[in-house]
Ligand binder design. Structure first.
Ligand SMILES: [Zn+2]
Ligand SMILES: [Zn+2]
Ligand SMILES: [Zn+2]
Ligand SMILES: [Zn+2]
Length: 457
C-alpha cells in the first residue's frame, strides 16, 4: 500500500526574505526534505539536439535514443512514460515557437521556449495544466498583478518576443491543434487568451529568471566543462531561499542519479508521483532536497543557488545580477569582514561602477544581459588574478584565521573532486556515506573521520 507523500517543509512568509520554506518537523541529516517534479522544463540552446524538450533527459527511460519531433522536425523527445504528463509529445505552441526562434540570441530562444510552454499550459486547459499554470503564477509573489517586481530586462524581452509567441499560438490554433475555432472573432479571442499579454509575458519571465533552476549536464569529457542543459521550474523547491552555508542540497535525476544510490527507500511508494501513476523508475525531472545536517522544526530550509566554492565577491555579484538580492548571510558577513581587513572587494554594487568606467545603474534590471555578463566576467577575472598573486605566506595567514566550524563545513560538505564544486549529502538518514550532487562521488563516513584526524586517505 502506498501512503500519501507529504513534504517536510511548508511555504511561509519570512521577514525581509519574501516567501521561503520552513521545516514542519525535526529533520535528520540525509532525510529527503522535499521531492517533486518540475512544472515546466526547457532546454538551453546548446542542448536542443541532445536533451528531451519536455524532461531534459538524454535518453528514453529504457536507454533508447531520443527521437525528433515529427511536427517541428527540430526538438528532441524521449517519449517515456515518465516524461510529458499531458500525453502530448511536444507542446503545440512550443512546437511552432521552435521554428520561430531560429536566429534569435540564445537567451531569447530560451525565454521564448518558456513562454511557449506556459502558453501550452493555458491552451491545454486541463485540470493538470491549470494547476501547473497556477503553480508558476504563485511563484515569486513579489511580482504582483500590477507589475511590481518586473524589471526592464524582462519587459524589454517580453516586448521583443510577444509577437513571435502570438504567431506560434496562431499557428497552433490554425492547425486545429488546440481546439477547432468557429469564426475569426473567436479565433482572435482564443489566440489572445492563450498567448496572454506582453505584460503577462514580462511577469512570467521575471518569475522564471528568479525561480528556475539550471539543470547541469555531466562534465564534458573532452573540454572538462559543465554546461547548463536547460532550466526547470518547481512548485515548492523554487521557493527555497539562498544561503551561502545551505542546509539542504538539491539532487537532480535528469541522468538517473537518484537511481544510482540509496535515495529511494520505498520504491513502491516513491514511484507514485503526484499524478498518482505508479511507474518502474523515477521521472527525469524529479528533484530531491536532502538535508545536510539536522534541521529543527521551524527553521528555514536553505540551498545555495551557486556552487558553494564560489568566492565572496563573485557570489554576491551573481546573486545580485541574476536573483536581484544582496546576500548578507552569516558566511558573507564573516567573509566581508575578512575581505575588508585584506583590502579586497566584497562584491558590493559600488565596486561595479569602477570597473564599468563610471557607468552607473541602480539595479541590474535595466542593464542588458550582455553588458552585465561582460562586467561580471571582467570582475571575476580580476579577483582571480588578485588571488593568484598572493604569496604563500599570505595564503597561510588567511587560512589560519578560519574557524574550525567553518573549515569542517567545507571538509564535510564540499566535493573533493577537482573543479567539481558539488555538495556532499548523505543519500538517506541512515547512510554511512555521502554522495556528491554534481558528480556522484561517494565518500564513506570512516574516510571523512580519518581525514578529520589528519590521516592520509
Ligand atoms: Zn522526456
Ligand atoms: Zn515539435
Ligand atoms: Zn551569503
Ligand atoms: Zn563532485
Amino acid at each position: 500500500m502506498s501512503s500519501a507523500y507529504a513534504p517536510a517543509v511548508a511555504p511561509r512568509e519570512i521577514p525581509g526574505r519574501g516567501v521561503g520554506l520552513i521545516a514542519t518537523r525535526d529533520i535528520a541529516a540525509g532525510e529527503c526534505v522535499l521531492r517533486e517534479r518540475a512544472i515546466v522544463c526547457g532546454t538551453s540552446v546548446a542542448f536542443r539536439d541532445s536533451a528531451c524538450a519536455r524532461c531534459l533527459a538524454f535518453t528514453a527511460p529504457d536507454g533508447a535514443p531520443l527521437f525528433t519531433c515529427a511536427t517541428c522536425g527540430l526538438a528532441k523527445l524521449c517519449g517515456g512514460d515518465t516524461c510529458a504528463w499531458s500525453g502530448m509529445p511536444h507542446g503545440k505552441v512550443a512546437c511552432h515557437a521552435e521554428g520561430l526562434a531560429k536566429g534569435l540570441p540564445p537567451p531569447d530562444v530560451e525565454r521564448l521556449r518558456f513562454l511557449a510552454a506556459c502558453a501550452d499550459l493555458r491552451g491545454e486547459n486541463s485540470e493538470a495544466s491549470v494547476a501547473k499554470l497556477h503553480a508558476v503564477e504563485a511563484l515569486c509573489p513579489a511580482v504582483g498583478p500590477n507589475g511590481e517586481g518586473v524589471g526592464g530586462r524582462e519587459l524589454d524581452a517580453a516586448r521583443r518576443l510577444h509577437p513571435l509567441l502570438e504567431t506560434a499560438v496562431a499557428r497552433a490554433l490554425a492547425g486545429s491543434q488546440i481546439a477547432p475555432i468557429a469564426d475569426a472573432d473567436a479565433f482572435d479571442a482564443t489566440r489572445r487568451a492563450v498567448a496572454g499579454s506582453v505584460f503577462d509575458a514580462a511577469r512570467l519571465l521575471a518569475k522564471e529568471t528568479k525561480n528556475a533552476f539550471g539543470a547541469m549536464a555531466p562534465r564534458d569529457v573532452q573540454s572538462g566543462e559543465r554546461r547548463v542543459r536547460g532550466g526547470a521550474l518547481y512548485d515548492l523547491a523554487s521557493r527555497v531561499n539562498h544561503d551561502c552555508f545551505p542546509n539542504v542540497a538539491r539532487f537532480d535525476n535528469f541522468d538517473g542519479a537518484l537511481e544510482k544510490d540509496a535515495f529511494v527507500l520505498n520504491r513502491a511508494d516513491e514511484n507514485v508521483a503526484r499524478d498518482g501513476v505508479a511507474r518502474k523508475s523515477l521521472a527525469p525531472d524529479e528533484l530531491r532536497l536532502i538535508a545536510l545536517d539536522r534541521i529543527p522544526a521551524g527553521a528555514e530550509v536553505t540551498m545555495s543557488y551557486l556552487p558553494v566554492t564560489e568566492p565572496l565577491p563573485r557570489r554576491r555579484r551573481r546573486l545580485r545580477h541574476t536573483f536581484e538580492f544582496e546576500c548578507s548571510c552569516q558566511r558573507c558577513r564573516v567573509e566581508m569582514r575578512w575581505a575588508r581587513e585584506d583590502g579586497d572587494r566584497v562584491g558590493n554594487v559600488d565596486e561595479e561602477t569602477d570597473v564599468a568606467g563610471g557607468r552607473c545603474f541602480s539595479s541590474s534590471s535595466g542593464a542588458s544581459d550582455s553588458f552585465m555578463e561582460t562586467l561580471t566576467n571582467a570582475m571575476d577575472d580580476e579577483d582571480d588574478e588578485r588571488m593568484a598573486a598572493l604569496s604563500p605566506e599570505e595564503l597561510e595567514r588567511r587560512s589560519d584565521r578560519v574557524t574550525p566550524e567553518y573549515a569542517v563545513w567545507f571538509m564535510r560538505n564540499v566535493c573533493p573532486v577537482t573543479d567539481c564544486g558539488g555538495t556532499l549529502a548523505p543519500p538517506n538518514a541512515t547512510a554511512t556515506h555521502m554522495t556528491c550532487n554534481a558528480c556522484g562521488f561517494k565518500r564513506t563516513d570512516d574516510a571523512f573521520y580519518a581525514q578529520l584526524r589528519g590521516e592520509e586517505v
